[in-house]
Design a protein around this ligand. Structure first.
Ligand code: NAD
Ligand code: LMR
Length: 336
């Protein structure tokens, strides 16, 4: 029997990712087998029927851990007492768009939601923003929640992290379970820096294994010209091949992010976008992806990693894009 109860609010719950998330949360994959869940499904009026349909299916699934499901278009009610907020609701990009093109369309969603979180969420609220451009949307929401510690506002780069693991697993013929300490730095955009300088496979440095397999020059070229762009542009590849943006992998990464945040990381480090504390020269407060561990329910940026000139240049480029996005939303009046 469950010995605790949590309220989980999902925005955009009537959308694609929402549908892929709800059943996994209700089955206990987000918060574990000892925590019963109360689901709050927030939608805009046009999305309510779809969310209501999902709620009917949740009922039909008879999940033992699912205590209640509420569907609403009222942000204040949806976040009242919430322990976890999955901020998914927003428009996805289509073919030929960059995620930053969504700033004006989606940014405005996150100011009122930040205010609703500030007004009513539980003291231990944890937020992950999935809706794009995710880092800057998290920055906007946090700016409207002055009473909530800023580190509770995170953005999803776990999908990029998982994509990097998938690519390495294929290249090295190594199971994902043997891979450790890959890092995603910067923005959830094409400028992100997927970094394998510290990664290992079965305890051996990944770079060394690639050099053995391909030779030193070809390994360097593979990392720079194949691996990094493949991971950084995977979202666009999915849109091109599927005809719409990633859904199940995004939901799965969202579950991974919150599960690890709540329960702790056990296999080396992972990646998440968090408000910078100035680590690695990333300006304070900017929501940027870092290598992180979750310890005692809090994300901690992995410290003391040496960054070569190439890494520094890539991280600086992605951070410069985040600064541009911050200035753009400031100019749009979205920071209040
Ligand atoms: P979708 O269009 O299927 O669903 C979005 C839902 O959000 C819709 O039902 C819509 O009615 C709802 N919505 C819009 N405005 C809202 C608001 N103010 N409040 C509550 N709900 C609102 O889209 P999707 O495929 O589920 O994708 C959702 C977002 O996630 C997109 O922005 C997409 O780009 C992003 N995404 C991010 C990642 C990541 O790794 N960070 C991965 C995949 C997708
Ligand atoms: C992804 O990375 O798949 C999402 O951010 C969707 C997109 O627009 O790329």
């Amino acid at each position: 029997m469950a010995n605790s109860l949590a309220t989980v609010t999902i925005t955009g719950a009537g959308g694609q990712i929402g549908y892929a998330l709800l059943f996994r949360i209700a089955s206990g994959q987000l918060l574990g087998p000892d925590t019963a869940v109360r689901l709050r499904l927030l939608e805009i009026p046009q999305g309510l029927r779809s969310a209501e349909g999902a709620a009917l299916e949740l009922q039909d699934s008879a999940f033992p851990l699912l205590q209640s499901v509420d569907v609403t278009d009222d942000a204040a009610g949806a976040f009242d007492g919430a322990n976890v907020g999955l901020l998914v609701g927003s428009r996805p990009r289509g073919p030929g768009m960059e995620r930053g093109d969504l700033l004006a369309a989606n940014g405005a969603i996150f100011a009122p939601q930040g205010a609703a979180i500030n007004a009513g969420a539980a003291d231990d609220i944890r937020i992950v923003v999935v809706g794009n451009p995710a880092n800057t949307n998290a920055f906007i929401a946090s700016a409207h929640a002055p009473d909530v510690p800023r580190e509770r506002f995170t953005a999803l780069t776990r999908l990029d992290h998982n994509r990097a693991l998938g690519q390495l697993s294929e290249a090295l013929h190594a199971p994902v379970s043997q891979l450790r300490d890959v890092s995603i730095w910067g923005n959830h955009s094409a400028t992100q820096f997927p970094d394998i300088a510290h990664a290992t496979a079965g305890g051996r440095p990944v770079v060394e294994l690639l050099e053995e397999q391909l030779g030193a020059d070809a390994a360097r070229e593979w990392i720079r010209d194949v691996f990094i762009p493949r991971v950084a542009r995977r979202g666009a590849e999915i849109i091109e091949v599927r005809g719409s943006s990633s859904v199940a992998s995004a939901a799965s990464a969202t579950i991974d992010h919150v599960r690890d945040w709540v329960s702790g990381t056990t296999h080396g480090w992972t990646s998440a976008a968090l408000p910078s504390d100035g680590s690695y020269g990333v300006p304070d407060g900017l929501v940027s992806s870092f290598p992180v561990q979750s310890i005692d329910g809090q994300w901690r940026i992995v410290q003391g990693l040496e960054l070569g000139a190439f890494a520094r240049e890539r991280i600086d480029a992605s951070v410069a894009e985040l600064i541009e996005e911050r200035e753009a939303v400031k100019a749009l009046g979205l920071l209040g």
